[in-house]
Design a protein around this ligand. Sequence first.
Ligand code: GNR
Ligand code: NI
Length: 172
Amino acid sequence: MAILPILVAPDPRLKAKAQKVEVVDDTIRTLIDDMLETMYDAPGIGLAAPQVGVLKRVIVLDVAGKDEPPAPMGLVNPEVIWESEETNVYEEGCLSLPTHYAEVERPAVVKVRYLDRDGKAHEVEADGLFATCVQHEIDHLDGVLFVDYISSLKRNIILRKLKKEKEQARSA
Ligand code: GNR
Ligand code: NI
């Protein structure tokens, strides 16, 4: 198990489209385990492989409440196969956009098809925070960040700030 460095925007790897996983092998299982460890350490409720620089269609999440037992999930090649007309607005954050938050509107309920760590196919219906988080993670696989849903004015303020912080950290 390993804690992997999380990429912070702007970074071209966060804008890239991730590749489909052809075989769920030990390399993918190790990636899932390392991503879960990285997510819990951050801490976060989800993480997508591109955030750790791996352009493969793998996400992890755990949306269990504070007083519930942990519920780690690893999803390979996840895809939204149905979404509700009804939407929800949630204040989103992202480990790749640290300290920035914005309200994002998304379908309230989605059905997601994916492969588990053994390569077995599943379909799950997600609502509430699970629905928001799984859509946020699947977006990462297509190079989409939550700031892509807000005004370009707000987006550019956030991205410019993060870029400046990176430049300052580099010269410190
Ligand atoms: O930890 C996270 N919290 C969160 C809150 C609201 C909506 C989405 C998220 S996902 C985020 C971790 C992350 O950046 N995953 O890609
Ligand atoms: Ni994110």
